[in-house]
Design a protein around this ligand. Structure first.
Ligand code: FES
Length: 84
């Protein structure tokens, strides 16, 4: 099991699960769901290493491991803490 903390609220996910749906239910604005619009930008406070590597879409936006697009992220395992 993986754990995602969004703005100090804890959510349980399966290992390898995309974080998109949980982020959307927590209020992160997801518009395109394809890494283009940038609306779902989140700041990673802890556990960046537990997310998938940066996608090409995120690299195109010059993001780094601490600034990710929720629609592009998969939690591999462990805990990740984000804010938006
Ligand atoms: S919803 Fe558009 S970049 Fe994530």
């Amino acid at each position: 099991m993986a754990r995602l903390i969004i703005n100090d609220i804890l959510y349980d996910l399966k290992d390898g699960e995309p974080i998109r749906d949980i982020c959307a239910s927590a209020g992160v604005p997801l518009n395109c769901n394809s890494g283009v619009c940038g609306s779902c930008l989140v700041k990673v406070l802890e556990g960046a290493q537990n997310l998938n590597p940066l996608t090409d879409e995120e690299k195109d936006l010059s993001l780094d491991v601490n600034s990710r697009l929720a629609c592009m992220c998969v939690i591999r395992q462990g805990m990740v803490k984000i804010v938006f």
